[in-house]
Ligand binder design. Structure first.
Ligand code: GTP
Ligand code: SPV
Ligand code: MN
Length: 585
C-alpha cells in the first residue's frame, strides 16, 4: 500500500501484535467517510442529529469514564529522565515499551485496523509535518479527517520526505486501569491505549503537534505552542497577527473567533487557528506561524450566539458532537447555549435529564469537531504555506485574583518570564480536580515534550537570533469580584484589550510602568459603551504589592523544582520584580 518501507514494515509489525480482523488504509475520501459513519450508526457509536436543523451532524457518547485528557497516565519516554523533566511523567523507553506493548497484544481482535496517513500544516508548506496514526476506532478516523489533512496527499508527502511520526492507538478495553499515552520523542513514536477521547486518541493533535513537535522544534530552532492565531484587521485594512497561549478551556477558541462589539465598525478578526501554532523565524527576523490543524475540537458548554456567534455559525452542519445533551427532537444542547432550557432533555449519558439527580445535561468537557474552513471568520491566510507574521504573543490564565486584565512585558526576557510563571485554575479538559490554581508555563504544562528548564532556555535563545521578535503580553479575562462574579465581560469585549495590544505594537498609545510590566493608562483602554466604572477598572488592572510578593515567592519555589538548569535570566527577573514590588509595600 505504500512505497515507504519503514511504514509498510511498521504496519505489518503492528498487525502481528494487535491481530486485527483486517487492515484498511484510509484515503480520506467522502465515500470512505460516509461508509465509516454508516458503520458507526449501525453499531450505535454515532447517532444522527436532527437533519433539518443540523444537517450531516452526529453525536458520539463516549464511555462515561473516558471524557477528558488523563495527565497522570501520559508519559514522555526519553532516554534520560532529565530530558523529560519534572514537568512530565517519565519512564525509560525500554520500560515504556515493556509496559504498553502487552496491552496491545491482540487488542484489535475482531476489529478493523485503520491506517491514517496525515499531514499537520498546509499542503505545500515547508513547515508541515507528516504522521501516520494506526487505530481501531472509526470515531478517531472521522475526527482525524476533520482535524488534519488525511489520505493520499499526506501519504505522498511521507513517500517524498520519508520522515514521519508514528502513532499507534487502540481503544483496548477502555479501562482506566489499562490506559496510558506514551511518547518516545527519540523514536518519533506515540503509543496510546485505553481511551477514545480527543487529546488521548487523535494523535496528530496534542501528542504529535505539541509533545513530539515541541521536542523536534527545540533541536531544530523553532516553536510548537498551545496557541491560537488570529489576524486583527483595522478599518484601514491593515492586519496585525497575534498568537495567544491560554490553558485548556481558558478561551482560545473564543478569542480566535471574536466578533468586535458595537463601536468597532470596520474592525474584523480573522481566525487562523484555535489551539496550536508552529512558529519559525523568517529571513526577515519575524516569527511566522502556521496552524498545523485543519479543524476545531472545541468546548461546547458556554458557546452561544451571544458569546461566540462565529463558532455557532460554524458548527451547525457537518459536525461531530461528543458528550453533549440532546433535545427531544435530536438537536444538540449544552449549558450556556442560547434560548430557554428545553424540557425533556436527554443528557450526555443518554439518561433523562434531571439536574437534581443527574447533574449537568452536557458533560462540562463536551466538544464539537468541525472543519476550520466552515468558520465565517476563517482567514484567507489560514492555508498559506508561509504562515502569518506574528506581532504580539499573548499569555493568559484563568485566575480569580492576582493577575490583572492585561500587562505588557518590558522586553523578550521579561516576556519569557511572564510565560514561564503563568498560573491558571484547572478545568474539565483534563481529569482531576477543577478550579485548582497551578503553574502552567506558556499553557504547555500538559504538552511540553521535554524539560521545562530547557524549554525556557530555548524560548530565551530567540532574542539572540532576532531583534524583530513579537512584543509579549499577559491577559486575564477571569478576575472575579468578592461576590464571585467575573469583573470583565469577556468574549467580544476582549476586543478592547486586543486593540490596546495592537496600539502598543505600533507605539501609538502610552502605558504606565509597574513592577510587573506596562499596564494601560486609565483612559487608554477604549471602554465606550461598556457599563464598567472606574472602581471596577481599578480592581481589574490593580497590582497589589503584598499579593505579588507572595506570588513571586511561589514562582521562585516552582522554578526551584527544576534545579540548576533554570536559566539565570529567570532568577534575575524574580529578583527585579521582587525588589520593585517590595519597594511599594
Ligand atoms: P481548549 O480547546 O480546551 O484548548 O479550550 P480553549 O482555550 O479554546 O477555550 P474556549 O474558547 O473553548 O473556552 C472555554 C470556556 O471558557 C468556555 O466555556 C467559554 O465560554 C469560556 N470563555 C471563553 N472566553 C471567555 C471570556 O472572555 N470570559 C469568560 N468569562 N469566559 C470565557
Ligand atoms: C485541550 O485539552 O487543550 C484541548 C482538547 O484542546 S484535547 O484535544 O483533548 O487536548
Ligand atoms: Mn487545547
Amino acid at each position: 500500500m505504500t512505497s515507504n518501507q519503514d511504514l509498510s514494515e511498521w504496519v505489518t509489525q503492528v498487525a502481528a501484535l494487535t491481530q486485527p480482523e483486517s487492515i484498511h488504509w484510509c484515503d480520506g475520501s467522502e465515500e470512505e467517510n460516509s461508509a465509516l459513519k454508516e458503520l458507526m450508526l449501525s453499531t450505535g457509536d454515532l447517532l444522527r442529529l436532527n437533519e433539518e436543523t443540523h444537517p450531516n451532524c452526529f453525536l458520539h457518547r463516549s464511555d462515561p469514564k473516558d471524557v477528558a485528557r488523563v495527565e497522570h497516565l501520559t508519559f514522555v519516554c526519553a532516554e534520560l529522565e532529565d530530558d523529560a523533566g519534572p514537568n512530565n511523567n517519565w519512564m525509560s523507553p525500554d520500560d515504556g515499551h515493556a509496559k504498553i506493548d502487552p496491552l496491545f497484544a491482540g487488542s484489535m481482535k475482531g476489529r478493523v485496523m485503520y491506517v491514517i496517513p496525515y499531514l499537520m500544516g498546509p499542503y505545500g508548506s515547508p513547515f508541515s509535518r507528516a504522521g501516520v496514526e494506526i487505530t481501531d476506532s472509526p470515531y478517531v478516523v472521522v475526527n482525524m479527517r476533520i482535524m488534519a489533512r488525511i489520505g493520499e496527499r499526506a501519504l505522498h508527502h511521507i513517500e517524498d520526505c520519508k520522515s514521519f511520526v508514528k502513532g499507534l492507538h487502540s481503544l483496548g478495553d477502555l479501562s482506566p486501569d489499562r490506559r496510558c499515552i506514551m511518547h518516545f520523542p527519540e523514536e518519533l513514536l506515540i503509543k496510546s491505549i485505553g481511551s477514545g477521547y480527543g487529546g488521548n486518541a487523535l494523535l496528530g493533535k496534542k501528542c504529535h503537534a505539541l509533545r513530539i513537535a515541541s521536542s523536534q522544534a527545540r533541536t531544530e530552532g523553532w516553536l510548537a505552542e498551545h496557541m491560537l492565531i488570529l489576524g486583527l484587521e483595522s478599518p484601514a485594512g491593515e492586519i496585525t497577527y497575534v498568537a495567544a497561549a491560554f490553558p485548556s478551556a481558558c478561551g482560545k477558541t473564543n478569542l480566535a473567533m471574536l466578533v468586535p462589539p458595537e463601536g468597532y465598525e470596520g474592525w474584523k478578526i480573522w481566525t487562523v487557528g484555535d489551539d496550536i501554532a508552529w512558529m519559525h523565524l523568517g529571513s526577515d527576523g519575524r516569527l511566522w506561524a502556521i496552524n498545523p490543524e485543519a479543524g476545531f475540537f472545541g468546548v461546547a458548554p458556554g458557546t452561544s450566539l451571544k458569546t461566540n456567534p462565529n463558532c455557532m455559525n460554524t458548527l451547525g452542519r457537518n459536525a461531530i458532537y461528543t458528550n453533549v445533551a440532546v433535545t427531544e427532537d435530536m438537536q444538540p444542547w449544552w449549558e450556556g447555549i442560547d434560548g430557554e432550557k428545553p424540557t425533556n432533555l436527554i443528557d450526555w449519558q443518554a439518561r433523562k435529564h434531571d439536574p437534581e439527580i443527574t447533574g449537568k445535561a452536557a458533560h462540562p468537557n463536551s466538544r464539537f469537531t468541525v472543519s476550520a474552513n466552515q468558520c465565517p471568520s476563517f482567514s484567507p491566510e489560514g492555508d498559506a504555506a508561509s504562515g502569518v507574521p506574528i506581532s504580539a504573543i499573548i499569555f493568559g490564565g484563568r485566575r480569580a485574583s492576582v493577575s490583572p486584565l492585561v500587562f505588557e512585558a518590558m522586553d523578550w526576557e521579561h516576556g519569557v518570564f511572564a510565560g514561564a510563571s503563568m498560573a491558571s485554575e484547572t478545568t474539565a479538559a483534563a481529569s482531576g480536580q477543577i478550579g485548582q490554581v497551578r503553574r502552567d508555563p506558556m499553557a504547555m504544562k500538559p504538552f511540553c515534550g521535554y524539560n521545562f528548564a530547557d524549554y525556557w532556555a530555548h524560548w530565551l535563545s530567540f532574542s539572540k537570533k532576532s531583534d524583530k521578535l513579537p512584543k509579549v503580553f499577559h491577559v486575564n479575562w477571569f478576575r472575579k469580584a468578592e461576590d464571585g462574579e467575573f469583573l470583565w465581560p469577556g468574549f467580544g469585549e476582549n476586543m478592547r484589550v486586543l486593540e490596546w495590544i495592537v496600539n502598543r505594537c505600533e507605539g501609538s498609545v502610552e502605558a504606565d510602568e509597574t513592577p510587573i510590566g506596562y499596564v494601560p493608562k486609565p483612559d487608554s483602554l477604549n471602554l465606550a459603551g461598556l457599563d464598567i466604572g472606574p472602581a471596577t477598572m481599578r480592581s481589574l488592572l490593580g497590582i497589589t504589592p503584598s499579593v505579588w510578593v507572595n506570588e513571586i515567592n511561589e514562582i521562585e519555589e516552582y522554578f526551584n523544582t527544576f534545579g540548576k538548569k533554570v536559566p539565570d535570566v529567570l532568577y534575575a527577573q524574580i529578583k527585579r520584580v521582587r525588589q520593585a514590588v517590595s519597594a511599594e509595600i
